[in-house]
Design a protein around this ligand. Structure first.
Ligand SMILES: [Zn+2]
Length: 218
């Protein structure tokens, strides 16, 4: 297998896990005051007292209106889209591991690339537009942005990078020419010649593709 192929599989796989953990964990912001731990996630707030946690809606911290209401919606959309992004990333990993090409305009890799970018934008917007009532609670308790946010953002970036690698044709590993019989080799045309666009053929002695028309090695 090609290095780029393995890198694409690893990046997309890790990205799916990081997005899921980051999306489900309510510690995009985290603060601690005495025995109370207060966390904010994409889809709500958690309040833990001595390890016992309760999930609450954002409305609990105060009345959220206008831009703050939009912030809640951004969080919710990003939360639910996280599952679609993780699913398409895992599909890309599965197809890549099975040696199937995943490139093309509508393919698991292009869908997971698009969803990873949406994750990145949603995550950044959720961090940037935090409502005052929530940031005030965080400031009062010396809290701040915490690991779930970093996991989610990191997952978005890795998912984008990995998906783009697959879109660039890393999905199908290159044929193993050395294991082929001469007949199989003759039936396996190489990539198109850069000069004349006709398929090249593999020349075993030089381990290179050769264009018979242009008499050039690719
Ligand atoms: Zn040529």
């Amino acid at each position: 297998m090609q290095g780029k192929h393995v890198a694409g599989i690893v990046l997309c796989g890790l990205a799916a896990v990081m997005l899921l953990i980051g999306g489900l964990t309510k510690t995009w912001w985290n603060a601690e005051k005495g025995p109370v731990q207060f966390g904010v996630g994409l889809n709500g707030i958690s309040q833990c007292v001595k390890g016992e946690c309760r999930t609450q809606s954002f409305a609990k911290v105060g009345k959220l209106e206008g831009a703050d209401k939009a912030w809640v919606t951004i969080g919710r959309i990003t939360f639910f889209a996280t599952f679609a992004a993780a699913l398409s990333l895992m599909l890309t990993v599965g197809m890549g591991a099975a040696g199937k090409a995943t490139g093309g305009p509508v393919s698991p890799s292009s869908i997971s690339a698009a969803l990873s970018v949406i994750m990145l934008l949603g995550g950044i917007a959720f961090l940037a537009l935090v409502p005052d009532p929530i940031s005030n609670v965080m400031k009062a308790a010396d809290g701040g942005v915490s690991y779930a946010a970093f996991l989610h953002l990191g997952g978005s970036i890795m998912g984008t990078a990995g998906s783009v690698m697959f879109m660039g044709g890393a999905g199908a590993p290159p044929p193993n020419y050395s294991a082929m019989t001469p007949q199989q080799l003759a039936a396996t045309p190489g990539p198109a010649c850069r000069a004349c666009r006709k398929p090249t053929r593999w020349v075993m002695e030089h381990s290179k593709h050769y264009c018979d028309g242009c008499r050039l090695y690719a």
